[in-house]
Write a protein that binds this ligand. Structure first.
Ligand code: NAD
Length: 346
């Protein structure tokens, strides 16, 4: 049986904890802000070291979704759920059915979707107990749309930096060629770019080799290869005080979440005159695609057209950054905050 506890967390509209000892999990749902609409964000399952870590994660991630959904101009707020469980020890279907009941208690103020360690199949179990779940309709795998959004962002950066409509002849270094990085590489090769790639997973390198030609470098070497564009498509935190001085590129734009290890790393890129397209503006294609199945018939062409608007958003950020002489990550945050109506202290 699910047992619920409402938590009072300053700066968050609603945070609820759910304990279920029979199934064996604890979960939290956080609605950070719903000024633009119901809070959309995935359901992350993780075997955290401590309960506090799970709560910190849901708060951080839900806030991030408010910024991402707002900057993408979606009629959606920001929320997230995390499930603290050991998937090897729980009955998976029972777990996600219980999560479905939990999501339903928020009455549609929070909409869930798959995320790290939860799949579309898991969302089918969730949907048996709530209709407030996306991605089980027609929109499917978000990765092609995320990759397409990164591609549009890169084109916008190239236009801004070089006043060129095409990326033809450019060298792009891609860190991580999985679901998004691999697809991005294919799109760029079609435009006449050369790709330099690194990945710690040999299988993903081999899969990409079957589709395109590219140069491979080691995971450590990817930061210092001379290139026009560096595209982080693996992990968070890879732009930091150790890696930024090594970069030999003019533009950074990739799919990875939380690329800047610290806020100050955005300033470090700015000081080096490297154009940084803020991660959550760039990688919104997946959530834009999902939004196209909420309360409407899903149309993949419309999802693609909406995703392409990421290019306009990135251009807007770059222009404002130049005119205000401020790093792009700060401009993106301000734009998002205006869009979700956050009052800044004077
Ligand atoms: P993925 O797991 O399919 O691909 C990531 C790849 O990076 C893997 O091939 C992995 O082996 C590789 N990798 C890991 N560590 C590496 C390292 N140190 N050096 C080089 N390669 C390394 O994941 P994905 O779906 O492509 O997502 C990539 C990033 O984009 C993640 O940060 C994810 O949170 C973010 N993101 C993805 C989506 C989406 O729709 N898939 C949407 C928004 C954000």
């Amino acid at each position: 049986m699910n047992r619920y506890t409402v938590l009072d967390i300053p700066g968050y509209e609603e945070v609820v904890r759910c304990d279920n000892t029979e199934v064996g999990f604890t979960s939290w749902i956080a609605v950070h802000n719903s000024n633009r609409g119901p809070a959309l964000g995935g359901c992350r399952v993780w075997s955290y070291a401590r309960e506090e870590d799970a709560l910190v994660d849901v708060l951080r991630l839900s806030k991030g979704m408010t910024y991402k959904n707002s900057l993408a101009r979606l009629p959606l707020g920001g929320g997230k759920s995390v499930v603290f469980a050991d998937l090897s020890k729980v009955e998976r279907v029972a777990l996600f059915e219980a999560v479905g009941r939990f999501v339903d208690t928020l009455g549609g103020r929070y909409i869930t979707a798959e995320d790290v360690n939860s799949t579309v199949e898991d969302m089918v179990a969730v949907k048996r107990f709530t209709r407030h779940v996306a991605t089980v309709g027609a929109s499917g795998n978000p990765s092609p749309f995320t990759a397409y959004g990164v591609y549009c962002a890169i084109r916008a950066c190239v236009k801004f930096r070089y006043n060129r409509e095409s990326t033809k002849g450019m060298v792009v270094a891609i860190q991580g060629v999985g679901e998004t990085g691999g697809r991005l590489a294919e799109l760029l090769v079609k435009d006449g770019c050369s790709i330099i790639a690194s990945d710690i997973n040999r299988e993903n390198i081999a899969k990409l080799r079957e589709r395109i030609s590219f140069e491979e470098v080691s995971p450590d070497a990817i930061y210092e290869v001379p290139c026009d564009i560096f595209s982080p498509c693996a992990l968070g935190g890879t732009l930091n005080s150790m890696t930024i001085p090594k970069l030999q590129c003019a533009i950074v734009a990739g799919s990875a979440n939380n690329q800047l290890l610290e806020e100050i790393d955005g300033n470090r890129l700015f000081d080096r005159d490297i154009l940084y397209a803020p991660d959550y503006a760039v990688n919104a294609g997946g959530v834009i695609n999902i939004s196209c199945e909420i309360d409407q018939d899903y149309d993949p062409e419309r999802a693609k057209t909406e995703t392409a608007k990421i290019g306009e958003t990135v251009l807007d950020i770059l222009r404002q950054s130049k005119s205000m002489k401020l790093p792009t990550h700060l401009i993106a945050n301000r734009m998002a905050e205006e869009l979700f109506g956050m009052q800044r202290a004077a």
